[in-house]
Every structure is written in C-alpha cells, then in structure tokens.
Design a protein around this ligand. Structure first.
Ligand code: SER
Length: 870
C-alpha cells in the first residue's frame, strides 16, 4: 500500500464515522507564539479543546505536516541514526471535541489497524498510563486484548502535552513488534529500551487538562480525543521495510541523493548522511514553503541549524559545493500533488536554501579542518575546549549542537559550560557597544521624574494647548514635559516631531521629541522671551511643524505599501527588520537572501504607485491583539505589543499593527521612487525611497545632470550610452598605445646608452632605473634583453616615493651556474630595506628605502660584473 493510499484509507475510515475532513494547517504556526513548528495534528484545534473556540463539528480527521525540531518535541539528534525518526513527517489523526472518548477511540483504532490495514494482532502491543485503569479496561474488556500485552508506563512515555502550555492528558500507544531480529539485546523489551524493535505507530491521547504559563493545570470543558499516527511509520510497517527511509515516501529522494553525490545509499551506518539529508531537506522545504526562513533567531535559527547539519553530512559525502537546493525541485515532483505549495514556491525555496548553503559553504571547510586539528589532539572522553567551540560558532558558523554531534561521533565531550560563558560575555560586549552608540547618537539622557503618561493628541491635531508638568534646564536648552501634546515622540521607526512651544512670555523651538515609558519629552531651545518664565504649571500653546509632519505621514504610509509590495513581488519570507520614517525619505530593512534586482524594484515601485493612484482611505482602528492577528495583521512576535493595539489598514492591500502617524488617503503620498538598494548584513537588504515632492526634486536633479552630461559630451540622451561606451573604449585604446610607446622608449633609452654599464670581452652588465616606470614594461624590456645575443646581466628598476621595485636577469647565453640573479637581487633588496629573490636567471625584489637606490644599483652591478667576469 503506497503512502497516498494509506492516507486515503485512514481519512476514509473516519469520514465514514462522521468526522469532518480538515486540511493540514501550515507547518509554521505564525499565529501561535508558543510553538516553533506544528508538532502534532492537534495544534490547529488547540482552542477547540480548551473551549475558547467552537466549530460546527465535534469530530475531525486530518493529515498534518509536522516538524519536530527545536521545541518540546525534538527528534533532530535521532534522525539518521534510527529506523523511525524524522524531523518532518505527516501525522494522520482523528479528534473528538467533547464527543466520543476512550472507548470509541480505542475500538476504532484497533479496527483500522487490524482489519483495515491487516496488521497481525500478534505483532501488536499496547501501552497505557500506569494510573489509567479505565484505558486498560477498555483495551482488555472491550477490545479483547490479553492483559499481559498491555504495558503500564509512567508520565514520560504515556502522558502527552503539546508544550509547556496547552492541552494535555494521559495517552495510550499502539506498538508494532518488528521481531527478535530487530532486538537490541537480551534485555530488549517494550518500555525498557528505546531501540527500533518495538515501534510506536499510533498515539491516542485522552485530552483532559490544560497547562497554563504559571504551571497550574485546569480541566478541559469536556474530555476529548486527539490521536496521531505517523504516515511514514505506518507505511514502513505495511510496506514491510527496514526503515522509514525505505518507504515509498522517501525512497525516491534517497536515490536522488545517491545520484547527486555519486555515493550509493547504504542501509547501515554508512547511510546516515543520506538519511539526514533526505529528512532535513523535507523539513526545510516545507517550512520555507509555509513562510519561515533561516535566520539567527527563533524558528529561523532552528532551520539554519537543520540546514548546516545537512550541509555538514553532505561534506562527509564529499560535497563541498551547494547541492541541497537541487533536491527542492525533485521534492516538488514527488510530493507536489498532495502539497501544491511546494511547487508554487519552488523557486524561492531553492534560492533561499542555496544562498544559505553558499553562505555556510564559505566557512565549512575551515571549520571542519579546525575541528579535525583540535579533535586529533584529544583522547576519547576528553572535552573539546570551550574556546574552540566558540571559535567554530563565531567564525565558522557551526551551531553548538553541530559541534556536539561531531564530538559525539569521536567519543569526545564538549566544555558546554565554558562555551555558554563565552557566549554570555560576547552578548554583554555587544550590548555595551550598542547602548554606547545610542547614547552618543544623542538619545535623551535626562532623568525626568514625571510618571503619568502624556496624552498624545497629534494623530489628528497639529496644534493645541498644554500645561507644563516638568522642566529640566541646561544652558541654552530645556527638556519639557507637558500633560498633553500633539508632538509625536520617536518610536516604531518614525522620527520625533519638531515645532514650537510658546506662552505669552517665551517661545521655544522644539528640535526633537522622545518618550520614556509613555512620558513625552520635548527637547527645546529658547527662541525668544524670558527663560525664567519657562516653569512648571505654565499653560503653553503647542504647534507641530505641519509640513514636516505631513511629509513624515507620506513616508510612513508608503513604508507600509513598500512592505506589502515587497512581499508580493519577492515572497512571504520578506519580513521587516527595521525602518526609519523621516520627513525627507524612508528606509526599510527586510529579510531577503539576495540583491533585489532593478526589475524587482521597478515592479515594487509600480505597485506602490498603483496604490497611490487608487487614493485608498487609510483606516485606523484599535482592538485586541488577538482580534488583530485573527484579521491577519502583520506583527512580529519578537516585539512587545500591549493587549490593545492599533491597526492600520490600507484597503485590502496592507494590514499592520502600528502606532505611527499616517496619511488619510494614499493619494497624499503623491509620488514614490526608490533611490537605494543595498546589503545591511547577511540575509538583510535595505531599500531607501522618496515620496511626495521629494521624488520630483530627485527626478528634476537627475534630468539636469543628464542634460549637462549630454551637453558636455555633445550628444543627446538616446545616444548617451553609446557615446560613453565609445569614450571608454577610446580611453582603453589610448592607454594601451601609451604603454606600448613607453615600452619602446625604455628599450630605446638603453640602446642609446642609458644606465650604468660594465662591459668586457663582449660580456655586458646594464643597471638602469626609471621613476614611475610600469613593471609590465620593465618585464617586456627584460624579455627583449634576455633574448638578445651575447652574455648579458641587467638590473632594471622602477622607483617612486613609495619605494623601489627591480628585476635582475641574465641573457640566454650566460652559462648556467655562473651568475645567480636571485642572490644578487636579495642583496640589493637588503640594502633597500626590503626583501625578495628568485631564480638564478631571473629575480624580482624591492624595498622601501629609495634614498639607497644608487647604492643598491651599484652593489648589484658590481656583483653581476664580478660573477660574469670570473
Ligand atoms: N498529539 C499526540 C501526538 O502527537 C497525538 O496526536 O503524539
């Protein structure tokens, strides 16, 4: 039975028993911050179990994409070493939300396994939670299983929870016995060892409780059922294979890996790399297809670790170049019918994986060599030094679990505690250096005593009245706190407002606004009037620089449009990494693995402009965070949001949590133009853009430049490119011609008698030097002198302020062993305070001490004359 048929049969069985067929949720649960990846079929029903949500069905069945890596359920370390572990797998499951309970769940499971799938009862065992007499009774009395085939186990085995929080309860598992041949030894027994003989194929969880963040548990509204059966494992049993990697779901990719690497798959230990790569590329592909991407934190870092682990196993197979990405298309062909997202997002997945592989590939070799050098010096059981593990992490990008894995393979420990200390120290260093920059960048470093938050009136109003609550004065400056203000305080990337604060007695220029715990601090300088009058309790008039603020609105709203358009054009892996919203421009950093091409930028620009032309109204609402997320608002779980959030919506194009100030309609943005695209750090790109009249000015400037350039080059704009090409070619030709003539001159000068000479009986030494001569020309002169008849030694030098470079050579007629140009050059270089040497017939060297040029030339000439003459 192929995996596809097994999947179908399972779902069909429960459809006939009134279960709703529910599709898999994404393997990346963007709406559940407690979970890195979907780790079980029940995840998407979490709030149905807890009673927070009701659906119009009480029974469901599904096949769920799962990844068990990095979270509470983590099989990463086992993959490749056992017959049954995978980080990515499909979980078949049936669920009851307060409807049927233990009796039906157990009876149906047994019926499907024995009658539906035809597994021999004598190969099956059952485990129950040791205190769950009810479950034991169901299996024994209702299903008819002998009591000695029902094994009671503790919480570690038979009490299931989704994570540190969420639904949980006792469970009961069905095991398949693979027979004596698969046993690990005489003590092999269910619940005693963890080898591949007894293989869990189905877990039935009797959901009864919910765990809360404070560690307490409460009862679920009604007892419920959550079951999970790994598709690959049941396939292994029904297809009578030795491991999940031999089943039809994985065999093809194992073959493909063998083809690409040129290493046939071995089902024993030597096949570990194949198994790891096959599993890991599935996890990576599915996770990226659902919107995750490798990065340095959270689930992104789990993916990066998975990839680096796979790359290192590839390296073991001799693959030093990126190759894992080549499996993505293959997976699409194999699994794309059941999971169309693999085909739809194929290109982006392959690109992301490739770029990650290439990035790691740059340091993989260095890391492997370093690891080899260090581990070779250690004996079994010794600890791999913390500093080395840190070096591998910091310089070579080896995640610590990879180093640990490599050490395990060599029978070594790792000084993990020492490593953690080094990591903590590094964190502290970088924390210090960042906070130092913020302070030096002029952050408000005043100590205000006001604690009551300032009322912000500036979303709609740019002017108003306020009462001064607190004043901190330094020479020439004031930090003012008011009870209410229209001045926006720098936050969320949007810069603080400027403007004026005035009373009848004074006038202050506000040069910036910041906030500390909700208290707004206006940074001001005196613009007129009596400084003594700037006191607490005074009533003032406030006025924000409205033009500037409106320009900020344009850039802020445009930032949201850019974000949405970048995701449209580049893919959902694009996430905001930072932004600056200023009056004169916007800057936006996003996660993306390669340069955003000129065509892509143009397309993003076009889409943003399209939204501007539609003149859509911007709607701002306040609601609960959960409601906002349910509406699909973009938010990042790394960030802190209060319970009440502000949601900024631009038609059906953009929905974001945002506290910033925006245009009323997109049309106000006017124009939009990218002016920069570049890299910020690995995997993060930066774009900068202009809006409003800024775009016009930029285009106007560009037009002026173009006109001037065309004028100077006496051409029109259509022919400009060609004209420049022509000029560049002309320059190139001239340079070559110039070089040629310069070379002729040098040779001619020598022929005309230049330089210092010694000659005797047809033998000749020439020593000549030129200021600023090109070494290529000197080489060509040397070549000509070498080929000329007669015994000749020559020293040719070029010098400038930076030093001297010279060449010593002998002609072909000089007898072997008579002259050693290399030695002559070495001595000459020594005189010049430098070094170098070379072959007996040709050497190049140099030194910095130009003042010694004459001395060195004479020394070399004499040495050459002496050697040639003797
Ligand atoms: N949630 C349980 C498991 O993952 C049964 O589906 O094993």
């Amino acid at each position: 039975m192929r995996a596809a048929e097994i999947r179908k049969k399972f779902l069909e069985f429960f459809r006939e028993r009134d279960h709703e067929m529910v599709p898999s949720s994404p393997v990346v649960p963007l709406d559940d911050p407690t979970l890195l990846f979907a780790n079980a079929g029940m995840n998407q029903f979490k709030s149905v179990f807890t009673g927070a949500e009701t659906r119009d069905y009480v029974r469901a069945a599904s096949t769920q994409k799962c990844i068990r890596a990095g979270g509470k359920h983590n099989d990463l370390e086992n993959v490749g070493y056992t017959a049954r572990h995978l980080t990515f797998f499909e979980m078949l499951g049936n669920f009851s939300f307060g409807d049927y309970f233990k009796s039906d769940a157990c009876r149906w499971a047994w019926e499907l396994v024995t009658e539906g799938f035809g597994i021999d009862k004598k190969d099956l065992w059952i485990t129950v939670y040791h205190e769950d007499d009810e479950a034991r009774a169901v299996w024994r009395d209702e299903v008819g299983i002998a009591d000695d085939r029902i094994v009671g186990l503790g919480a570690a085995d038979n009490y299931w929870s989704m994570g540190d929080v969420g639904p949980c309860g006792p469970c009961s598992e069905i095991f398949f016995d693979r027979g004596d041949a698969a046993a690990c030894g005489p003590k092999c027994a269910l619940g005693v060892c963890d080898c591949d003989r007894y293989m869990e194929i189905w877990n039935l969880v009797f959901m009864q409780f919910e765990k809360h963040p404070d560690g307490t548990q409460t009862a679920l509204p009604k007892p419920s059922i959550d079951t999970g059966m790994g598709l690959e494992r049941i396939s292994m049993v029904l297809q009578q294979k030795e491991s999940v990697f031999d089943t039809d779901a994985l065999a093809a990719i194992m073959n493909e890996i063998a083809t690409i690497t040129g290493r046939p798959y071995d089902t024993g230990d030597a096949g570990t790399p194949h198994r790891v790569i096959a599993d890991h590329v599935r996890s990576l592909t599915f996770a990226i297809a659902d919107g995750a991407y490798p990065s340095n934190e959270g689930r992104g870092y789990v993916l990066r670790r998975i990839l680096r682990r796979a790359a290192r196993y590839g390296y073991k197979l001799g693959m030093e170049e990126a190759f894992i990405y080549r499996l993505v298309e293959f997976l699409g062909r194999e699994m794309g019918e059941a999971f169309p997202e693999l085909i739809e997002r194929q290109e982006v997945i392959a690109k992301l994986i490739r770029s990650e592989e290439e990035q790691f590939g740059r340091t993989l070799n260095q890391g492997m060599t370093r690891f080899g050098d260090v581990s070779d010096r250690l004996g079994k059981g010794e600890a791999f030094p913390a500093a080395e593990a840190f070096f591998l992490h910091d310089t070579c990008g080896f995640p610590i679990d990879l180093t640990e894995q490599m050490c395990r393979e060599q029978g070594l420990d790792v000084d993990k505690a020492g490593y953690e200390t080094l990591m903590a120290q590094q964190k502290e260093r970088s924390r210090k250096s960042t906070s130092a920059t913020t302070e030096s960048a002029g952050a408000t470093v005043v100590k205000i005593s006001t604690t009551e938050p300032t009322v912000f009136t500036g979303y709609q109003e740019f002017q108003g009245n306020g009462q001064v609550r607190e004043v901190l004065a330094t020479p020439g400056r004031f930090q003012i706190v008011l009870d209410a203000t229209p001045f926006y305080a720098e936050s969320g990337g949007q810069v603080g407002d400027t403007g004026t604060i005035a009373s009848g007695d004074f006038r202050l220029r506000v040069t910036g606004t910041k906030k500390q715990d909700g208290v707004f601090v206006h940074d001001c300088e005196l613009d007129g009037g009596d400084p003594e009058a700037v006191r607490a309790d005074v009533t003032v008039e406030t006025a924000v620089d409205a033009e500037r603020r409106l320009a900020i609105h344009r850039n802020h709203t445009a930032t949201h449009l850019v974000h949405a358009a970048l995701r449209d054009v580049l893919g959902d892996h694009v996430q905001q990494k930072g932004s600056l919203v200023a009056p004169d421009r916007l800057r936006f950093d996003v996660s993306h693995f390669e340069k955003v091409s000129a065509d892509e930028l143009r397309e993003v620009e076009r889409r943003v402009q399209e939204q501007i032309l539609q003149d859509t109204a911007i709607e701002v609402t306040e609601c609960d965070k959960d409601e906002a997320l349910a509406r699909g608002a973009m938010a990042f779980f790394g960030e802190k949001y209060g319970d009440k959030v502000r949601v900024v919506q631009i038609g059906d194009y953009s929905l974001e949590l945002c506290g910033g100030a925006h245009c009323a309609r997109t049309g106000e943005i006017g124009g939009f133009l990218f002016v920069h695209e570049g890299s910020v750090s690995s995997g993060v790109r930066r774009v900068e853009a202009l809006t409003g009249t800024g775009t016009l000015e930029r285009v106007r400037d560009a037009e002026d430049i173009l006109r001037d350039v065309c004028g100077s080059l006496k051409t029109d704009r259509d022919a400009l490119g060609e004209r420049i090409e022509g000029l560049l070619q002309e320059i190139k030709d001239l340079k070559t011609a110039n070089k040629k003539s310069a070379q002729k001159d040098l040779l001619a000068e020598i022929d005309g008698g230049a330089g210092d000479r010694w000659s005797e009986g047809g033998r000749e030494v020439i020593a000549a030097s030129w200021e600023g001569a090109d070494m290529d020309e000197i080489l060509r002169v040397a070549d000509a002198l070498k080929r000329r008849d007669g015994e000749r030694v020559f020293v040719l030098a070029s010098y400038d302020d930076g030093g001297v470079r010279f060449l010593v050579g002998s002609s072909a007629a000089v007898k072997k062993g008579q002259v050693h140009c290399g030695n002559i050059a070495r001595d000459g270089a020594k005189t010049l305070g430098g070094g170098g040497g070379g072959r007996p017939d040709m050497a190049q060297a140099g030194g910095k001490d130009v003042a010694k040029l004459a001395e060195a030339m004479q020394l070399m000439r004499d040495a050459a004359a002496q050697q040639l003459g003797s």
